[in-house]
Design a protein around this ligand. Structure first.
Ligand code: HEC
Length: 105
């Protein structure tokens, strides 16, 4: 029993110490993104991924795209963009990345 608790604790601690790598966009994601944003391509999604990884994990852990509903992300991103001090263009790239990848199942 005790060792089981320890295992769980260790897993949790190690899990928090190593940042979860975010899902990287692939061509299948691009196809989905294009149904919403015709200018989206692999480069723009990957740029969104990079900006998100670099600018959004400084104050808290990076949330996974699937962690929140589309509505929630649309509400949160502008607020957080102000905190992260990013441009409107960067904010849009993050939005496209997160909303595309949250449907990556
Ligand atoms: C300067 C610090 C800072 C930066 C940079 C930052 N955040 Fe946050 N974030 C916070 C704080 C503080 C909270 C919790 C309080 C709140 O919701 O305002 C939070 C909460 C969140 C939440 C959780 C909201 C909820 O209701 O559970 C999400 C999602 C989020 N941030 C996304 C982002 C994204 C995306 C970016 C990059 C554009 C980002 N954050 C950059 C400080 C930051």
């Amino acid at each position: 029993m005790k060792s089981k608790v320890l295992t769980v604790l260790t897993t949790l601690i190690v899990g928090c110490a190593t940042p979860m790598p975010m899902v990287k966009p692939t061509q299948a994601d691009v196809d989905r993104a294009k149904t919403k944003w015709e200018n989206a391509d692999l480069a723009s999604l990957q740029l969104g991924y990079t900006i998100y990884s670099e600018k959004c994990g400084n104050c808290h852990k990076l949330y996974r795209p699937a962690q929140f509903s589309e509505k929630k992300w649309l509400n949160v991103i502008p607020k957080m963009a102000a905190k992260a001090n990013i441009t409107d263009n960067e904010q849009q790239l993050i939005r496209e990345y997160l909303l595309t990848m949250r449907e990556n199942k």
